[in-house]
Design a binder for this molecule. Structure first.
Ligand SMILES: Cc1ncc(COP(=O)(O)O)c(C=O)c1O
Length: 393
């Protein structure tokens, strides 16, 4: 059998392209902002994770430019050997202080942070316990570890208890959840997770990719939101969302970070984040700390959009955050809905299985603190028009 046979047999993308509803790999010819340019046409962006609008912040852009002038374009090696710059260390110190943890390790992406943490910590006989809706990078991290992988139903605490009860008492246990679930926009039930973790002697890791800068009084994420920062031992974040850059980090105790530094293959065998990305993160962190009004504006927008989508009759599930899914429930219908939004100048993301369970196909919308009220009015107007045309509302 030819290893390439699966490639020759994969024709779904061509079929969808033939129907004019292929939504992926669209080239944007402007900056990532609330308005973007695609094929020469201006579109309102509601498909970005640029929650605080920092991709175009003058201080963030300036910091990246200055870093290129001083350090050049890349690091040409991993953090472990020749790829550590003083600004990597500065970023780690600043983030540890911000997250109120003993130490931070920066990785080259959020995906690598999960892989490089989970696969390193969960050894033979240990357990990693994950929510069924956890991000793909957690799923893949589990595949790479040698321990036992067990899953519980999405945010279902009695199922988590059942799973914990089935684990060997004497084995190490790590519960890993998304703080904010990336497609559903709901928040992990951290108070109960922490309770159960204590009861069953498990440790907790929260993936706060969508929560840092967004949740909590100071933007420190899900644990701050629930006042549980001392109880959550490990928090990972990514720089590809609120930080408007690229990279990821793990915040934990000094002993855990020291272990990760010396055993994490995703850290040791992959090149470090480039100077421009690191400097942009440092500047973004300044803004996160100094401009809380951005977070407040984001939440006003999120609350308005929850209210108005519900009032129009859309099914938005249990979203509590600036990630608001519009459930459609069928692949082709989701793509058609996306296409009609696109024709009306709205950039959104259609999400189908395996990113969501079959039957839960959705249009993922997400908001930015710098969206104007007029842009949001237009988004709602288009959704109402398309929703009625498609029989969704
Ligand atoms: C919940 C979650 N975790 C991890 C990641 C990976 O982050 P990155 O884009 O920095 O690789 C993402 C990004 O898609 C995410 O949504």
């Amino acid at each position: 059998m030819d290893i390439f046979e699966k490639c020759y047999n994969f024709t779904e993308a061509e079929k969808i392209k033939g129907m004019g509803i292929y939504p992926y790999f669209r080239a944007i010819s402007s900056g990532q902002d609330t308005e973007v340019t695609v094929d020469g046409k201006k579109m309102i962006m509601i498909g970005s994770n640029n929650y605080l609008g920092l991709t175009s912040h003058p201080k963030v852009k300036e910091a990246a430019l200055e870093a290129v002038k001083r350090y050049g374009s890349g690091c040409s090696g991993s953090r472990f050997l020749n790829g550590t710059l003083d600004i990597h260390e500065k970023l780690e110190e600043r983030l540890a202080k911000f997250m109120q943890k003993e130490a931070v390790q920066v990785f080259s992406t959020g995906f690598l942070t999960n892989v490089g943490t989970i696969a390193t910590l969960v050894n033979r006989k240990d357990y990693v316990i994950t929510d069924r809706s956890d991000h793909a990078s957690i799923v893949d991290a589990c595949r790479l570890c040698f321990g036992n992988i067990v899953k519980f139903k999405h945010n279902d605490m009695s199922d988590l208890q059942r799973v914990l009860g089935s684990c060997n008492d004497n084995a190490g246990k790590l519960i890993v959840v998304d703080g904010v679930f990336s497609m559903e926009g709901d928040i992990a039930n951290l108070p109960e997770i922490v309770n159960l973790a204590k009861q069953y002697h498990a440790r907790v890791m929260v993936d706060d990719a969508h929560s840092i800068g967004v949740l909590g009084e100071n933007g420190r994420g899900t644990a701050e939101h629930f006042h549980l920062e001392d109880e959550v031992e490990m928090v990972m974040g990514t720089f590809s969302k609120s930080f408007a850059s690229l990279g990821g980090f793990l915040a934990a105790s000094e002993r855990v970070i020291n272990y990760i530094k010396h055993f994490s293959r995703a850290l040791i065998f992959s090149a470090s984040p480039p100077p421009a990305a690191v400097a942009a993160c440092l500047a973004a962190l300044d803004v996160i700390e100094q401009e809380p009004e951005r977070r407040e504006r984001l939440w006003r927008i999120a609350r308005r959009m929850h209210r108005e989508f519900r009032a129009l009759g859309f099914e938005i599930g249990s979203s509590q955050t600036p990630i608001i899914p519009i459930y459609i429930g069928d692949d082709i219908k989701t793509f058609q809905f996306w296409r009609m939004l696109s024709d009306e100048g709205i950039f959104s993301n259609p999400i189908i299985s395996p990113a969501v369970p079959p039957g839960s196909q959705l249009i993922r919308t997400s908001y930015t603190a710098t969206h104007t009220d007029e842009q949001l009015d237009r988004v709602l107007e288009v959704f109402e028009k398309v929703g009625k045309k498609m029989g969704v509302i």
